[in-house]
Design a protein around this ligand. Structure first.
Ligand SMILES: Nc1nc2c(ncn2[C@@H]2O[C@H](COP(=O)(O)OP(=O)(O)O)[C@@H](O)[C@H]2O)c(=O)[nH]1
Ligand SMILES: [Mg+2]
Length: 388
């Protein structure tokens, strides 16, 4: 009995010491008394932000906001334009149509060049220069490869540190989408919204490689190709089509040891440009050098663009080109939409794989197969119209 009592008190002693241990060594999950939250997260500002997020502004409220230069309204409208939700389409179109008469008083500049050439750094330097002249600059990007990353320009914002902070600049990551056509159309519409919001200089960075240059070229007034000097083989590996589209070739990174090489590259490009047929506008493409780090040569790029504007607005080719671009985008949109509708049709989706196999095994010619699918699509359309 005595032994039992002794063991019991020993157990009690052990338990209480374990408990007191717990008190002196709190678990990592225990919370300490915190510091009070900073002012910015005060309950009133949280309520205001939440209220705004929940707000569903009507099309006309968005338009009023955009025309008044409200960046939040602009961002919301762009999100609407980028939305893949079919219900948003009508509202987006309403906003764009209302903005259209207020757009187009701007200059649209496309900037292309291989990754690493310094496009983002250049845009930071060039954009800051333009805002110092009192201009309002919007930076957009066409990057069809960024469906997952939502636009490399987001990462590039770190290269545009100063421009991001500038109240006269607006940087928007590229729209994401399945097809280049879709992304390009959204960028076109975003240009309209930015212009209606008072941005007079629109810079569009081509982030993707290949086809996106053509899409960007067809939505800008001035197309700038950024290059860096190499080891004397500047012209190698450069696509003829891109050089042909360029209104200016600017050799970037003309600083430090690179200056001499950059000037040599400039001369070589200048010679090469003379081999291309003259542009319809009468503009002779220019070459120059610059450094986006030291800013040497940046003002000259703007001077070049100004003389381009002087010439093309006087001989009217500036406005003619915009009209042609508008037509191009109308047809592009029709083509894109038709293609999308065709492949989204459930009957086509069912037939596509077996028909593809039949073509592969020579059971049917590719033309007959295409015709068969198109006929199916057409009868689906007729049936759906009849049932309406
Ligand atoms: N020395 C020098 N480096 C530059 C210049 N412009 C860009 N860079 C550097 O080149 C790298 C790529 O620049 P980035 O702007 O990201 O190129 P992007 O991929 O064409 O947008 C970065 O490390 C920049 O700091 C320049 O004018 N001079
Ligand atoms: Mg970049």
């Amino acid at each position: 009995m005595l032994l039992k009592l002794f063991l019991f008190s020993l157990l009690l002693l052990f338990k209480s010491s374990a408990l007191s241990n717990k008190k002196t060594h709190p678990s990592a999950l225990n919370e300490k008394a915190g510091i009070s939250p900073p002012e910015i997260t005060s309950s009133t500002s949280i309520v205001n932000i939440q209220k705004f997020r929940k707000m569903q502004p009507s099309a006309s409220e968005l338009v009023d906001g955009i025309l008044a230069g409200n960046i939040t309204a602009l961002s919301r409208a762009i999100t609407l334009v980028e939305s893949t939700n079919n219900n948003h389409l009508a509202k987006a179109n309403e906003v764009i149509n209302a903005c259209l008469p207020h757009a187009s008083k701007s200059i649209r500049i496309g900037i292309t060049g291989v990754p690493g050439v310094g496009k983002s750094t250049f845009i930071e330097a060039f954009g800051k220069f333009l805002t110092s002249l009192g201009k309002k600059v919007a930076v957009l990007a066409v990057d069809p490869s960024s469906t997952i990353s939502h636009g490399s320009i987001l990462g590039d914002k770190t290269r545009m540190e100063e421009l991001v902070k500038d109240k006269n600049a607006y940087i928007r990551p590229s729209a994401s989408g399945e097809t280049l056509g879709g992304v390009a159309r959204k960028t076109r519409e975003t240009i309209t919204l930015c212009e209606a919001c008072g941005f007079d200089t629109i810079i569009i960075e081509t982030v993707g490689v290949g086809q996106s240059e053509t899409a960007v070229h067809s939505m800008v007034d001035f197309f700038l190709l950024l290059k860096i000097s190499g080891a004397g083989d500047e012209l190698q590996g450069i696509k003829r089509g891109i050089m042909e589209m360029a209104d200016a070739i600017v050799i970037n990174k003309a600083d430090g040891d690179n200056i001499r090489k950059a000037h040599f590259a400039k001369m070589e490009f200048n010679r090469a440009l003379h081999l291309f047929p003259a542009k319809k506008s009468g503009w002779i493409p220019k070459t120059s050098t610059c450094s986006s780090i030291t800013h040497e040569g940046i003002p000259l790029v703007w001077e070049t663009i100004e003389s381009f504007l002087g010439l093309t607005k006087t001989n009217n080719s500036f406005f003619e080109k915009r009209k042609e671009q508008n037509q191009y985008w109308m047809f592009e949109t029709i083509n894109e939409q038709l293609k999308l509708n065709f492949y989204n049709q459930i009957e086509i989706q069912d037939l596509l794989e077996p028909t593809k196999k039949a073509v592969q095994s020579d059971e049917i010619s590719p033309f007959a197969a295409a015709q068969k699918l198109l006929n199916v699509y057409q009868s689906c359309k007729i049936n759906s119209e009849d049932s309406q």
